[in-house]
Design a protein around this ligand. Structure first.
Ligand SMILES: [Zn+2]
Length: 194
């Protein structure tokens, strides 16, 4: 599997098997990469509801007609049926100014469900339904469930994390999968020797 990084407010990833992970990049930037590599995008996997990971979901789905995949606890927020929990006043203000158009979630995954060979792994803490996706030793780390810091895996930033203790447990859970490489929501890919 080849993985292409599309950088914007957060990292979105496009894989050669037609999966887009997260929707922080504009559809034009995504289709450019897809065209270059002859990729037909069939799925949009959402790791968590934060605006930098979902901002362009609506425009992407409209243009590409791909199926949206998200965890059960995040789905009602992504669909606009429930208000997200915020960790700070700053975040509440940001969410007011950056209202996201909701999208309907076609496949609501449970912990351990497999879609197109990708195993959904619940990694709560940063948000209650943060979800990582794992395939062939490659871990898409639930957006912010693991971030890159100095080339090493690090927990998400405290000020944007709802339950830090839970986030630390989720990071351990993800690392226990012994991924070869981690693609985080922010920062550079992390190579691990297993
Ligand atoms: Zn986040």
């Amino acid at each position: 599997m080849e993985v292409y990084i599309i950088k914007s407010m957060s990292n979105s990833y496009l894989t050669s098997d037609g999966v887009l992970i997260d929707a922080g990049a504009r559809v034009t930037d995504i289709t450019k990469v897809a065209r270059e590599h002859g990729i037909d995008i069939k799925y949009l996997f959402i790791t968590h509801y934060h605006v930098d990971h979902t901002r362009y979901a609506h425009e992407i789905v409209k243009a590409l007609n791909c199926k949206v995949v998200a965890s059960i606890p995040e789905s009602s927020i992504i669909e606009g049926k429930e208000k997200p929990k915020t960790t700070s006043l700053l975040q509440s203000i940001i969410s007011i100014f950056m209202r996201i158009k909701p999208v309907s979630v076609d496949i609501k995954v449970n912990d351990g469900d497999i879609i197109e060979g990708y195993k959904a792994i619940y990694a709560p803490g940063h948000t209650p339904g943060s979800t990582a996706y794992f395939k062939d030793g490659i871990l898409f780390s639930g957006g912010d469930a693991i971030v890159e810091h100095g080339g090493k895996p690090a927990p998400p930033p405290r000020e944007f994390t709802i339950n830090m203790e839970e986030a630390m447990r989720s990071m351990d859970k993800l690392l226990s999968l012994r991924p070869r490489i981690i693609y985080p929501g922010h920062g550079k890919p992390i190579s691990l020797s297993t």
